[in-house]
Design a protein around this ligand. Structure first.
Ligand SMILES: *Cc1c(COP(=O)(O)O)cnc(C)c1O
Length: 429
């Protein structure tokens, strides 16, 4: 990368000591080719790399930064918390305050517990579902990503999809046999699996709006069918709202679509940019968790005071300012602009948005499943990604990831983005 020589040097050093030079695979740009830039700092809607290049950022740490980067109130809260000590291994008031605030946003989480990542939250949620139901099978959807827990690395989205890995070595076959999969938005396939394994499926876990296979919204009938079928069979319904939580609406997808899951997992926005995840749901189920019940889950740094301070501050601002209508309108503007700019240049494009989550595919037809997402023109996406990056616009470096918007993105950012995208599209063939 000739305009990123310092990043290039860091990437060389990083690649010699860390697999792929990164601490999470999608950051390595394997989905688009080339090398990642290394970040020096970020503020509001913008990122600066170590070479001094500026980017309008639509990755936003892959979702968490809904108020933009380095929000002054969040930074102040974290700094103040740090002065009082960084970890105690004993409970603090902030954990209770954040839990109560989360429940205010997501009332189906009658009880909840904090962990350190979305992965931890989903791993625990299926352990609880299995413990509570006494069943072993779980059902997930193709292209959905639920973190890197063994049981989920079957037809998974996000980096797994970007790298084209159908399954991960190291996951015992006997365990992966317990994970059933169905295409997203396919109620018939779901019915068939429940008919084949009656009373044996502990839980259905779903990204209620898919973000990790690219942006794929649910058909109107899909989530209600999930609720109906799981209730009928006695399986639990887990909404993995690590991405959609506090994002597609204040109360996540469950509020937006009016579906109450049995368990919910959260991450990303909940931590204000620090490592936080949470799982929770019906009290009767959550009372099975240790030390009240027999299902074990623990964490040395869970409920960390810095992380709680960041999460609490970000969620309080969201509660007090209620930016959701404005975020949604501005995201729509971005999406409509992008599809117009690409379409006007003569390239087939489809896209969608919900709240401040959005995505496009270089595809003739609407995308309803991961199989359809895979039929989109990934090579053209790669070219578009790089042409935008070279013009200072950072979109997710994979055709199979959603984009985001923050309250720091103003109309000026959108206008600039659309101008640069229009210019970028001219380089496509
Ligand atoms: C990001 C994500 C996860 C994993 O969260 P981590 O914090 O990366 O472990 C799980 N589920 C969904 C839907 C996600 O988007």
């Amino acid at each position: 990368m000739n305009n990123r020589p310092i990043s290039h040097d860091w990437f060389q050093r990083a690649s010699a000591i860390t697999p792929g030079g990164v601490n999470s695979p999608v950051r390595a740009f394997r989905g688009v080719g080339g090398e990642p830039f290394f970040v020096a700092r970020a503020e509001g809607s913008r990122l600066w790399d170590v070479d001094g290049n500026e980017y309008i950022d639509y990755v936003l740490s892959w979702g968490p930064m809904i108020l933009g980067h380095a929000h002054p109130e969040v930074i102040r809260a974290v700094s103040e918390a740090a002065r009082l000590g960084t970890s105690y291994g004993a409970p603090t008031p902030a954990e209770v305050e954040l839990a109560e605030l989360v429940r205010e946003f997501v009332p189906s989480m009658q009880m909840l517990r904090f962990v350190n990542s979305g992965t931890e939250a989903t791993m625990t949620a299926i352990r609880i579902a299995r413990g509570f139901t006494g069943r072993e099978l779980i059902l997930k959807f193709e292209g959905c990503y639920h973190g890197h827990g063994d049981s989920f690395l079957v037809k998974a989205g996000s980096g797994v999809a970007t790298l084209g890995l159908p399954n991960s070595p190291g996951v015992p076959t006997d365990l992966s046999k317990l994970t059933l999969t169905a295409p997203f938005n396919d109620v018939e396939a779901l019915e068939k699996l429940f008919a084949a394994w009656p009373g044996q499926i502990a839980a259905v876990i779903v990204e209620p709006v898919v973000g990790n296979g690219g942006f794929i919204p649910p058909d109107p009938a899909f989530l209600p069918a999930l609720r109906e079928i799981t209730t009928r069979d006695g399986a639990l319904l887990i909404f993995d709202e690590v991405m959609t939580g506090f994002r597609v609406s204040r109360g996540g997808a469950q509020e937006r679509f009016g579906i109450e899951p049995d368990l919910t997992t959260l991450g990303k926005v909940i931590g204000g940019g620090l490592p936080v995840g949470a799982y929770g749901g019906r009290e009767e189920i959550m009372r099975q968790v240790a030390p009240v019940g027999p299902i074990y889950q623990a964490g040395t740094l869970s409920g960390n005071p810095l992380a709680m301070a960041a999460g609490l501050t970000q969620l309080r601002i969201l509660r007090d300012t209620d930016p959701y209508a404005e975020l949604e309108a501005r995201t729509r503007r971005l999406l409509d602009g992008l599809t117009r700019v690409i379409g006007d240049a003569g390239f087939p494009v489809t896209g969608g948005s919900l709240g401040s989550m959005w995505g496009i595919f270089f595809s003739e037809n609407p995308v309803r499943s991961f199989a359809e997402a895979q039929q989109s023109d990934v090579a053209r996406f790669r070219a578009f990604f790089h042409a935008c990056l070279d013009r200072g616009v950072f979109f997710a470096p994979s055709a199979f990831e959603a984009g985001f918007l923050s309250t720091a993105h103003g109309d000026r950012d959108i206008d600039e983005t659309l101008n640069r995208a229009e210019d970028a599209v001219r380089t496509l063939v």
